[in-house]
Design a protein around this ligand. Structure first.
Ligand SMILES: [Zn+2]
Length: 302
């Protein structure tokens, strides 16, 4: 039973995260009554909130709520409340805690500061259900519970999903929202277990694939991948040119000395042989040069 509840709370918190852009640590406005209730039943409110929200959170209490605790003169509850961050509400004269919380949370019908509200005041919870995106938490006997998604929140969430689905093709802005929400998904993963977000790489790769890059020569200063790439290209080009020259020379030779048909044929054969293995032919100085060059290039490439 408890696990089922935890799962549904998690699901609900995901809606607040993705649709309403809640971010950890979630800020929780606690009222004086829930503080008193927890203190009286020795219920650890911090643990309870964390178990319910299932995320990092920051309980806060408004000035008016803490004033209400002072008025009640429950020192233990006051001490407990003092451990929470104080939320300035700028009510010079303390007003009723429920009114104070509503004024802090409901700003023009919007939960602009993305507060979770933990309150025992049913009337306040009813009012805050009208504001889309207000997670509501309260103590039910000795169990901390979260209210199901309010109608206002569900409606907003549904509209948002529809906009995402239908607006994606024509509306650039809608597409952007989709993209952003996906990024957020990564962040959320990061918060949860870290694995999916860290695998994601943003931006272009920083260098060439190390497996495709030639090893550095000795004495060559360490250079960026791009320069090395350029050098590699140059060498390749040079090799092409040289081999072209070589071929051209060979052909020229053939043409120039090609008076005799037989001789020509022989040379032609020789040329063919040279093509097969340049190292083996060392007969003429020109071929040797070529072969040396060839060797040199081979060394370079290695
Ligand atoms: Zn106040």
């Amino acid at each position: 039973m408890r696990q089922k509840r935890a799962k549904s709370y998690k699901k609900q918190m995901n809606v607040y995260h993705y649709t309403f852009k809640f971010r950890e640590p979630y800020q929780i406005i606690v009222d004086d009554e829930i503080v008193t209730t927890c203190q009286k039943s020795s219920y650890d409110i911090n643990k309870g909130l964390t178990r319910t929200i299932q995320a990092e959170n920051k309980p806060m209490i408004t000035q008016c709520c803490i004033q209400a605790l002072y008025n009640a003169k429950n020192q233990d509850a006051i001490n407990l409340a003092k451990t929470f961050e104080r939320r300035r509400c700028n009510h010079r004269e303390a007003i009723a805690p429920a009114d104070c919380i509503q004024s802090v949370v409901d700003i023009n019908g919007e939960n602009r500061h993305r507060y979770v509200v933990a309150t025992q005041d049913l009337d306040l919870r009813r009012k805050l259900r009208q504001v889309p995106g207000v997670p509501l938490v309260y103590m039910n006997r000795s169990v901390m519970v979260m209210e199901p998604l309010s109608d206002a929140s569900a409606k907003y969430s549904e509209e948002w999903e529809n906009k995402k689905l239908t607006g994606g093709l024509n509306d650039l802005k809608a597409g952007k929202i989709v993209e952003k929400s996906e990024e957020d998904g990564g962040e959320e993963g990061d918060g949860e277990d870290g694995a999916p977000a860290k695998k994601k790489r943003k931006g272009p790769p920083k260098g060439p694939n190390p497996l495709s890059v030639k090893k550095k020569k000795k004495g060559e200063p360490a250079t960026g991948g791009s320069k090395e790439d350029g050098e590699k290209k140059n060498k390749r080009r040079r090799k092409h040119k040289k081999s072209g020259e070589k071929q051209g020379n060979g052909e020229e030779e053939c043409e120039n000395s090609g008076n005799d048909g037989e001789d020509r044929d022989d040379r032609h054969n020789e040329n063919e042989e040279r093509k097969v293995d340049a190292k083996e032919i060392m007969e003429t100085p020109s071929t040797r040069e070529n072969s040396v060059d060839n060797q040199h290039i081979t060394d370079d490439e290695e």
